[in-house]
Design a protein. Sequence first.
Length: 166
Amino acid sequence: MIEAKLWKFGDDINTDLMLPASVQAKSEAEQAKAVFLANRPGWVSEMKPGDAIVAGRNFGMGSNRPASRSLRNCGVAFLMAESINGLFFRNSVNYGLLALECPGCAAAFEEGDRARFDPEAWRVTNLRTGAALSPLPIPERLLGLMRGGGIFPLLEKEGLIAPKLR
């Protein structure tokens, strides 16, 4: 069970907004500090680890930047959107960000609402209104990667890549 405060974003949120070009060559920690700097300055310092994002259509459109990693590194517990760009979704799997396509979520939740995601029942509930939605199914293997930190920890564990220097 994951319970989180929600931050609301609209349609067509571009990866350039999540991971600006000016920080692409910097450390993951520096990249995480710049998330949404262009469209919501100060968001990173306002949100708390364990908060979540609700958004409209086509979340994560744009380039192949590792924006999912930056959201995860900020402490975003999960993302739910009306629809998620395919490349962004795949990067969410790779980097261990729980990303849910959840039709109706943009209308059912407002910024500041608290949401409860029950992975056993596969339901997201608005704790303010009681509205409950079912995200679209995610194949078990992909969901396991998201919940397990992504593909890279798995590859390290299996000895297929060198451990990341921490």
